[in-house]
Design a protein around this ligand. Structure first.
Ligand SMILES: Nc1ncnc2c1ncn2[C@@H]1O[C@H](COP(=O)(O)OP(=O)(O)OP(=O)(O)O)[C@@H](O)[C@H]1O
Ligand SMILES: [Mg+2]
Length: 678
């Protein structure tokens, strides 16, 4: 799984990269397009300028011809017929005006004077401008035109001209074989002008015709370049170029070939040719011109018959614009890269800043899961996460409280369970004891009843027998033993009955200390006899007890007798009374320093007939006492350690403030110490 931090940063970066790439792409495109569009617009305007210059050139030739045609020496020509003088004059004018041809015809168009080639005259010159002037001489205007001329026609004017034109064809590296110079195919392109020559009466006496061969004449294209591009250069190359085409062939140009020569004779590309020459639509876009890419503009050149005979071209090197565009793009990219870097850094810092508190929180949850509920988070984080941290802290605090309460509850529950278990065990033990006692009691009562009568008759008969033989001392002695042993049996039976009868006690409110003192008074003699030191510790102002004083006295007597039995060689005996159980109870403590009880005997001492004293004991003392104490809703507890002595604690409830009538008054009949039933 990718971590949240990585994912945040990745997403952030992707968004930044995509948006930056998009903006760079569209930015670059629009910058590129704008630059190219501006360059094209400039070239279009440059083409307008070039056309103006071209037209201006044509206009100048027209002007020259017109002004010359108006001069008197021509008007006078028919009058004076000074041919030689005319020729000289025209030759001077031709040279001065830089014309290649300057001819004078008669009104029918036949050459009268051919200033460049005086030997050849009398032919009819076929030129559009001339024809138009002959057709419409009355309007007395000059006509100028660009026109295509054949090699033959050029030769007619002067052999130099056909060579000049021919050269433009021969130079062409990629051209087809040049047509023969005398061929009738187009060989040269001329700017021509014609104007009527009228006499003083306004009659047509001739036409003045002049022309300038454009082939290999750099004047116009260089002027265009100088005016439009002002000799700007880029890496040694001329920024702007201009060309005049005859059909698809460069006849005058300042576009250079690799060797630095003017690229005269080379041809335009097929696409440009088809569009401009073929369909007469100007071309304004990038094009490969000879060697370099230019942003170019071509437009058709037409003759007087409106036929497309060639093209006028201007172009500016594309390279500086590309360089400009590249520079702008580069700057754009640098800025984009910088902002991407910055954004990614900002994104990273933000992501880390956001994730850190989350990690802290995560660590905190781990701590809490490990059980450290006191752990709290302390973070300075954005609002939402700070709130999360706060509620986490609140949750942990609540959890801590709840856990504490839960543990408290568990503890008290355990305590209560332990208490209940102990109580249950006690109750079980008591029940066990009680059931043992009750079944035994019933048996004992039966046995006692059955034995009572035989014992009575033994005693009576022993008495009668003694009366019948008063003089037999042996018999008398035997009968005495019989009587004594029978009396002993009767005592046991009496005890048994006492135990078994379940006779209700005769309770009444009384002072326990009085009972204890009475018991001590009866036993004091025996205690002293056994060299036992008695410590009496009776608490004053004990609450009265609701009890059968005789029976409680009997219990205490039993306990003291047991203590004495355990100290045959003397010892110490404590008898104490005190408040217990919040003052609602009174405890009587009997403690001796006697032999103590062996641990294996301890569970059995309350069992009836359990004795370690052989025939000296009946084993009923404690079990009878147990029964009595239970009838009084009290408890009897025994703690003994062999050789260290025994402590018995008897706990009895204090009498209620008003005990009220009791339902246990019935059993007056059976005095606990009742003798044998008669
Ligand atoms: N204070 C004591 N010190 C040592 N052993 C005792 C003490 N109290 C009771 N015992 C033991 O408990 C046994 C049972 O006592 P219990 O009073 O029921 O019968 P007993 O004393 O043997 O006989 P009886 O009470 O009829 O004379 C005793 O035999 C004795 O072994
Ligand atoms: Mg006893």
């Amino acid at each position: 799984m990718v971590s949240l931090k990585t994912r945040l940063i990745l997403n952030f970066s992707v968004v930044i990269l995509v948006s930056t790439l998009c903006s760079v792409y569209f930015g670059v495109r629009s910058v590129g397009n704008t630059i190219v569009a501006q360059a094209q617009e400039k070239v279009r305007l440059d083409l307008n300028s070039a056309r103006e210059i071209y037209q201006n050139e044509l206009g100048q030739i027209r002007q020259t011809i017109r002004l010359t045609a108006l001069r008197f020496f021509l008007k006078d020509m028919s009058v004076t017929d000074q041919r030689a003088k005319l020729l000289t004059e025209l030759q001077q004018i031709r040279e001065r005006e830089g014309l290649d041809v300057l001819n004078l015809t008669d009104p029918a168009g036949r050459i009268v004077i051919r200033s460049r080639h005086p030997d050849v005259t009398g032919d009819v010159l076929d030129r559009q401008a001339l024809r138009q002037v002959l057709d419409d001489w009355q309007s007395d205007t000059a006509v100028a035109a660009t026109q295509v001329v054949t090699g033959t026609e050029l030769r007619q004017e002067h052999p130099d001209l056909v060579r000049q034109a021919e050269a433009t064809h021969r130079d062409a590296a990629d051209s087809l074989p040049s047509p023969a110079p005398d061929d009738d195919s187009p060989a040269g392109m001329v700017m021509s002008a014609a104007a009527p020559v009228l006499d003083y009466q306004g009659r047509l006496i001739g036409v003045l015709y002049g022309e300038k061969l454009l082939n290999r004449d750099p004047a116009i294209v260089d002027r265009i370049r100088d005016i439009v591009f002002q000799d700007q250069r880029f890496e040694g190359k001329e920024m702007g170029t201009a060309t005049i085409f005859l059909d698809d062939r460069r006849i005058a140009t300042n576009v250079r070939r690799a060797d630095g020569q003017r690229a005269i004779g080379t041809r335009v590309s097929r696409e440009v040719y088809d569009q401009v020459i073929g369909r007469g639509i100007p071309w304004i876009q990038r094009a490969l011109v000879v060697e370099d890419w230019y942003i170019t503009a071509y437009e058709p050149l037409r003759d007087l018959d409106d036929r497309i005979i060639g093209m006028l071209y201007v172009g500016i090197l594309e390279a500086p614009y590309i360089q400009l565009r590249d520079r702008v793009v580069l700057q754009f990219l640098v800025v984009a890269l910088l902002s991407v870097t910055l954004l990614i850094i900002v994104g990273y810092v933000t992501a880390v800043g956001t994730i850190k508190p989350i990690n802290t929180l995560m660590e905190a949850t781990r701590q809490v899961a490990r059980g450290d509920l006191t752990h709290r988070v302390d973070i300075s984080a954005p609002q939402e996460i700070a709130r999360l941290a706060a509620s986490f802290n609140r949750m942990t605090a609540d959890l801590e409280k709840v856990t504490a309460r839960y543990q408290e509850l568990t503890r008290s529950l355990e305590q209560r369970v332990a208490e209940r278990t102990r109580e249950l065990t006690d109750t079980q033990a008591q029940l066990h004891q009680a059931s043992k006692l009750s079944s035994l009691g019933r048996m004992a009562a039966g046995v006692a009843h059955e034995i009572n009568n035989p014992l009575t008759s033994i005693m009576i008969n022993a008495g009668l027998a003694a009366e019948e033989a008063p003089d037999d001392p042996v018999l008398q002695e035997n009968l005495r033993v019989i009587s004594e042993e029978t009396a002993r049996c009767r005592d046991i039976v009496s005890d048994l009955l006492q135990f078994a009868r379940e006779s209700r006690p005769l309770p009444r409110s009384g002072e326990i200390n009085l009972v204890l003192e009475r018991v001590v008074a009866v036993l004091r003699h025996q205690i002293a006899l056994q060299k036992v030191a008695l410590h009496l510790d009776l608490a004053a102002a004990l609450p009265p007890l609701f009890m059968d004083e005789n029976r409680i006295g009997q219990v205490v007597t039993n306990l003291i007798l047991n203590a004495l039995d355990a100290m045959p060689d003397g010892g110490e005996l404590w008898l104490a009374s005190k408040r217990a159980g919040d003052g609602q109870e009174v405890a009587i403590v009997v403690r001796d320093t006697g032999s103590g009880i062996a641990p294996e005997h301890l569970p059995r001492v309350f069992d009836p007939f359990f004795t370690t004293k052989g025939t000296r004991g009946t084993g009923l003392g404690l079990s009878v006492s147990y029964g009595i104490v239970e009838q009084h809703d009290g408890r009897i507890e025994l703690d003994s350690h062999p050789d260290r002595g025994t402590t018995v604690v008897l706990t009895l409830p204090a009498a209620a403030a008003d005990p009220g009538p009791t339902d246990v008054t019935r059993s007056d009949a059976a005095a606990p110490d009742a003798g044998l039933e008669q």
